[in-house]
Design a protein around this ligand. Structure first.
Ligand code: NAP
Length: 244
Protein backbone atom coordinates (compact mmCIF):
# COMPACT_ATOMS: atom_id res chain seq x y z
CA UNK A 1 0.00 0.00 0.00
CA UNK A 2 1.24 3.47 -0.90
CA UNK A 3 1.95 5.45 2.26
CA UNK A 4 1.19 9.13 2.80
CA UNK A 5 3.56 11.63 4.39
CA UNK A 6 2.79 15.18 5.49
CA UNK A 7 5.86 17.41 5.66
CA UNK A 8 5.46 20.82 7.28
CA UNK A 9 7.52 23.69 5.87
CA UNK A 10 8.22 21.89 2.61
CA UNK A 11 8.34 24.90 0.30
CA UNK A 12 12.13 25.11 0.53
CA UNK A 13 15.24 23.89 2.36
CA UNK A 14 15.23 20.63 4.31
CA UNK A 15 11.45 20.17 3.99
CA UNK A 16 11.50 20.55 0.21
CA UNK A 17 14.35 18.09 -0.28
CA UNK A 18 12.56 15.64 2.04
CA UNK A 19 9.36 16.00 -0.02
CA UNK A 20 11.23 15.23 -3.25
CA UNK A 21 12.96 12.21 -1.69
CA UNK A 22 9.73 10.72 -0.33
CA UNK A 23 7.89 11.34 -3.61
CA UNK A 24 10.66 9.53 -5.51
CA UNK A 25 10.31 6.64 -3.05
CA UNK A 26 6.65 6.36 -4.09
CA UNK A 27 4.97 8.04 -1.11
CA UNK A 28 1.98 10.37 -1.47
CA UNK A 29 3.42 13.70 -0.32
CA UNK A 30 1.63 16.63 1.28
CA UNK A 31 3.75 19.75 0.89
CA UNK A 32 2.79 22.16 3.65
CA UNK A 33 3.75 25.82 3.36
CA UNK A 34 2.75 29.07 4.97
CA UNK A 35 3.82 32.07 2.87
CA UNK A 36 5.85 30.59 -0.01
CA UNK A 37 2.87 29.65 -2.19
CA UNK A 38 4.66 29.99 -5.51
CA UNK A 39 7.53 27.68 -4.48
CA UNK A 40 5.19 25.08 -2.94
CA UNK A 41 2.82 24.99 -5.96
CA UNK A 42 5.80 24.80 -8.32
CA UNK A 43 7.16 21.82 -6.39
CA UNK A 44 3.73 20.14 -6.53
CA UNK A 45 3.60 20.75 -10.30
CA UNK A 46 7.15 19.45 -10.87
CA UNK A 47 6.51 16.24 -8.90
CA UNK A 48 3.20 15.58 -10.69
CA UNK A 49 4.91 16.12 -14.07
CA UNK A 50 7.33 13.34 -13.08
CA UNK A 51 4.35 11.00 -12.49
CA UNK A 52 4.67 11.33 -8.69
CA UNK A 53 1.88 12.12 -6.23
CA UNK A 54 1.95 15.35 -4.26
CA UNK A 55 -0.27 18.21 -3.20
CA UNK A 56 0.68 21.58 -1.73
CA UNK A 57 -1.52 22.78 1.14
CA UNK A 58 -1.23 26.09 2.98
CA UNK A 59 -1.41 26.27 6.76
CA UNK A 60 0.40 28.29 9.37
CA UNK A 61 1.33 25.43 11.69
CA UNK A 62 0.93 27.68 14.71
CA UNK A 63 -2.79 28.26 13.96
CA UNK A 64 -5.03 25.40 15.02
CA UNK A 65 -7.89 26.16 12.59
CA UNK A 66 -5.55 26.25 9.60
CA UNK A 67 -3.89 22.99 10.64
CA UNK A 68 -7.29 21.32 11.07
CA UNK A 69 -8.33 22.45 7.60
CA UNK A 70 -5.03 21.18 6.14
CA UNK A 71 -5.55 17.73 7.65
CA UNK A 72 -9.20 17.62 6.47
CA UNK A 73 -8.13 18.48 2.91
CA UNK A 74 -5.16 16.12 2.95
CA UNK A 75 -7.29 13.18 4.10
CA UNK A 76 -9.85 13.93 1.35
CA UNK A 77 -7.11 13.62 -1.27
CA UNK A 78 -4.92 10.77 0.01
CA UNK A 79 -6.80 9.13 2.91
CA UNK A 80 -5.08 8.52 6.24
CA UNK A 81 -1.67 10.03 6.97
CA UNK A 82 0.98 7.49 7.97
CA UNK A 83 4.00 9.73 8.49
CA UNK A 84 4.26 13.26 9.84
CA UNK A 85 7.47 15.25 9.52
CA UNK A 86 7.33 18.32 11.79
CA UNK A 87 9.92 20.37 9.95
CA UNK A 88 8.50 23.93 9.75
CA UNK A 89 10.61 26.28 11.80
CA UNK A 90 11.87 29.81 12.16
CA UNK A 91 15.05 31.19 13.71
CA UNK A 92 16.54 34.52 14.63
CA UNK A 93 19.79 35.73 16.11
CA UNK A 94 19.96 38.50 18.66
CA UNK A 95 21.12 39.18 22.19
CA UNK A 96 18.75 37.59 24.71
CA UNK A 97 18.29 40.98 26.40
CA UNK A 98 16.96 42.41 23.11
CA UNK A 99 14.35 39.69 22.43
CA UNK A 100 10.85 41.18 22.42
CA UNK A 101 7.90 39.43 24.04
CA UNK A 102 6.20 39.11 20.62
CA UNK A 103 9.34 37.53 19.09
CA UNK A 104 9.61 35.02 21.94
CA UNK A 105 5.94 34.07 21.51
CA UNK A 106 6.15 33.75 17.72
CA UNK A 107 9.14 31.40 17.72
CA UNK A 108 7.48 29.18 20.35
CA UNK A 109 4.19 29.26 18.42
CA UNK A 110 5.79 28.05 15.19
CA UNK A 111 8.58 25.76 16.47
CA UNK A 112 6.77 23.93 19.27
CA UNK A 113 3.04 24.75 19.24
CA UNK A 114 3.13 23.84 15.55
CA UNK A 115 4.55 20.43 16.50
CA UNK A 116 1.76 20.03 19.08
CA UNK A 117 -0.97 21.03 16.59
CA UNK A 118 0.18 18.77 13.76
CA UNK A 119 1.03 15.78 15.97
CA UNK A 120 -2.32 15.83 17.76
CA UNK A 121 -4.24 15.88 14.48
CA UNK A 122 -2.05 13.22 12.82
CA UNK A 123 -2.36 10.91 15.83
CA UNK A 124 -6.13 10.49 15.41
CA UNK A 125 -5.66 8.25 12.36
CA UNK A 126 -2.37 6.79 13.56
CA UNK A 127 -3.95 5.52 16.79
CA UNK A 128 -6.96 4.17 14.88
CA UNK A 129 -4.64 2.37 12.42
CA UNK A 130 -2.19 1.17 15.08
CA UNK A 131 0.59 2.52 12.85
CA UNK A 132 2.43 5.80 12.49
CA UNK A 133 5.74 7.63 12.41
CA UNK A 134 6.28 11.15 13.73
CA UNK A 135 9.64 12.75 12.99
CA UNK A 136 10.35 16.08 14.64
CA UNK A 137 13.12 18.35 13.42
CA UNK A 138 15.08 19.72 16.35
CA UNK A 139 18.63 21.13 16.08
CA UNK A 140 22.09 20.71 17.58
CA UNK A 141 21.34 24.02 19.32
CA UNK A 142 18.53 22.24 21.16
CA UNK A 143 21.20 19.86 22.49
CA UNK A 144 23.97 22.33 23.27
CA UNK A 145 22.40 25.82 23.29
CA UNK A 146 23.57 28.63 20.99
CA UNK A 147 24.64 32.09 22.07
CA UNK A 148 22.30 34.77 20.66
CA UNK A 149 19.73 32.06 19.91
CA UNK A 150 18.26 31.48 23.36
CA UNK A 151 14.64 31.39 22.16
CA UNK A 152 15.45 29.12 19.19
CA UNK A 153 17.56 26.78 21.35
CA UNK A 154 14.78 26.61 23.95
CA UNK A 155 12.18 25.65 21.31
CA UNK A 156 14.45 22.98 19.85
CA UNK A 157 15.16 21.55 23.33
CA UNK A 158 11.39 21.50 23.87
CA UNK A 159 11.00 19.48 20.67
CA UNK A 160 13.33 16.86 22.18
CA UNK A 161 11.35 16.66 25.44
CA UNK A 162 8.13 16.45 23.43
CA UNK A 163 9.56 13.64 21.30
CA UNK A 164 10.70 11.53 24.25
CA UNK A 165 7.46 11.92 26.22
CA UNK A 166 5.17 11.26 23.24
CA UNK A 167 7.24 8.22 22.22
CA UNK A 168 6.51 6.69 25.63
CA UNK A 169 2.82 7.52 25.43
CA UNK A 170 2.08 6.24 21.93
CA UNK A 171 4.63 3.42 21.65
CA UNK A 172 1.97 0.91 22.73
CA UNK A 173 -0.07 2.04 19.68
CA UNK A 174 2.84 1.05 17.39
CA UNK A 175 3.70 4.67 16.68
CA UNK A 176 7.36 5.71 16.53
CA UNK A 177 8.27 9.26 17.53
CA UNK A 178 11.82 10.42 16.92
CA UNK A 179 13.74 13.66 16.56
CA UNK A 180 16.38 14.65 14.05
CA UNK A 181 18.82 17.30 15.32
CA UNK A 182 20.70 18.61 12.25
CA UNK A 183 24.05 20.35 12.45
CA UNK A 184 24.74 23.36 10.26
CA UNK A 185 22.92 22.95 6.94
CA UNK A 186 23.11 25.13 3.85
CA UNK A 187 19.60 26.66 3.66
CA UNK A 188 17.94 30.07 3.59
CA UNK A 189 17.72 29.88 7.40
CA UNK A 190 21.49 30.46 7.57
CA UNK A 191 21.81 32.94 4.68
CA UNK A 192 21.88 35.92 7.06
CA UNK A 193 24.95 34.56 8.87
CA UNK A 194 28.19 36.30 7.88
CA UNK A 195 30.55 34.23 5.68
CA UNK A 196 33.16 34.25 8.49
CA UNK A 197 30.58 32.76 10.91
CA UNK A 198 29.75 29.99 8.42
CA UNK A 199 33.46 29.35 7.82
CA UNK A 200 34.03 29.19 11.57
CA UNK A 201 31.25 26.61 11.94
CA UNK A 202 32.73 24.61 9.06
CA UNK A 203 36.15 24.63 10.72
CA UNK A 204 34.63 23.41 13.99
CA UNK A 205 33.04 20.47 12.14
CA UNK A 206 35.35 17.42 12.18
CA UNK A 207 34.17 16.32 8.72
CA UNK A 208 35.06 19.84 7.49
CA UNK A 209 31.87 20.52 5.55
CA UNK A 210 28.51 22.24 5.97
CA UNK A 211 25.68 19.71 5.72
CA UNK A 212 23.21 19.46 2.87
CA UNK A 213 19.43 19.14 2.90
CA UNK A 214 19.91 15.68 1.36
CA UNK A 215 21.92 14.58 4.46
CA UNK A 216 18.92 15.37 6.64
CA UNK A 217 16.26 14.09 4.23
CA UNK A 218 17.99 10.68 4.08
CA UNK A 219 17.93 10.45 7.89
CA UNK A 220 14.22 11.32 7.92
CA UNK A 221 13.51 8.73 5.21
CA UNK A 222 15.33 6.08 7.24
CA UNK A 223 13.35 6.90 10.40
CA UNK A 224 10.11 6.66 8.41
CA UNK A 225 11.06 3.25 7.04
CA UNK A 226 10.45 -0.16 8.54
CA UNK A 227 14.26 -0.52 8.88
CA UNK A 228 13.86 1.86 11.85
CA UNK A 229 10.87 0.09 13.38
CA UNK A 230 12.66 -0.56 16.72
CA UNK A 231 13.82 3.06 17.05
CA UNK A 232 11.64 5.41 19.10
CA UNK A 233 12.15 8.34 21.46
CA UNK A 234 15.61 8.93 20.02
CA UNK A 235 17.45 12.00 18.82
CA UNK A 236 19.53 11.32 15.72
CA UNK A 237 21.97 14.13 14.96
CA UNK A 238 23.48 14.26 11.46
CA UNK A 239 26.00 17.00 12.18
CA UNK A 240 29.41 16.15 10.70
CA UNK A 241 30.76 15.64 14.23
CA UNK A 242 30.33 19.24 15.42
CA UNK A 243 28.49 17.79 18.42
CA UNK A 244 29.62 14.38 19.68
P1 NAP B 1 14.15 27.34 5.75
O1 NAP B 1 14.90 27.14 4.49
O2 NAP B 1 14.04 28.70 6.33
O3 NAP B 1 12.68 26.71 5.54
C1 NAP B 1 11.74 26.82 6.55
C2 NAP B 1 10.42 26.25 6.06
O4 NAP B 1 9.47 26.37 7.14
C3 NAP B 1 9.87 26.98 4.87
O5 NAP B 1 9.33 26.05 3.97
C4 NAP B 1 8.76 27.85 5.48
O6 NAP B 1 7.69 27.99 4.56
C5 NAP B 1 8.30 26.97 6.62
N1 NAP B 1 7.59 27.69 7.66
C6 NAP B 1 8.04 28.70 8.43
N2 NAP B 1 7.07 29.11 9.26
C7 NAP B 1 5.98 28.35 9.01
C8 NAP B 1 4.68 28.29 9.54
N3 NAP B 1 4.28 29.12 10.50
N4 NAP B 1 3.83 27.35 9.05
C9 NAP B 1 4.21 26.52 8.07
N5 NAP B 1 5.43 26.53 7.51
C10 NAP B 1 6.30 27.44 7.99
O7 NAP B 1 14.74 26.45 6.92
P2 NAP B 1 15.48 25.02 6.97
O8 NAP B 1 16.89 25.29 7.25
O9 NAP B 1 15.10 24.17 5.81
O10 NAP B 1 14.84 24.47 8.32
C11 NAP B 1 13.93 23.38 8.39
C12 NAP B 1 13.93 22.87 9.82
O11 NAP B 1 15.26 22.41 10.16
C13 NAP B 1 13.58 23.93 10.86
O12 NAP B 1 12.80 23.37 11.87
C14 NAP B 1 14.93 24.33 11.41
O13 NAP B 1 14.83 24.86 12.71
C15 NAP B 1 15.66 23.01 11.36
N6 NAP B 1 17.13 23.12 11.38
C16 NAP B 1 17.79 23.79 10.39
C17 NAP B 1 19.18 23.85 10.45
C18 NAP B 1 19.99 24.59 9.44
O14 NAP B 1 21.21 24.75 9.64
N7 NAP B 1 19.42 25.03 8.33
C19 NAP B 1 19.88 23.24 11.50
C20 NAP B 1 19.16 22.56 12.46
C21 NAP B 1 17.78 22.50 12.39
P3 NAP B 1 7.01 29.39 4.15
O15 NAP B 1 8.09 30.25 3.55
O16 NAP B 1 5.95 28.98 3.21
O17 NAP B 1 6.48 29.98 5.43
Amino acid sequence: MKKTVLITGASRGIGRTTAVLFARQNYNVIINYNSSEFEAKKLEEDLIKQGLTAIAIKADVSTRDEVELMFDNAVKVFGDIHILVNNAGIASQKLFTDVKDSEWNRIFDVNIKGVFNCSQLALKDMIKNHYGKIINISSIWGLTGASCEVAYSATKAAVIGFTKALAKEVGPCNINVNAVAPGVIDTKMNRNLAPEVMNGLKEQTPLGVIGTCEDIAQTILFLASDNAKFITGQVISPNGGIVI
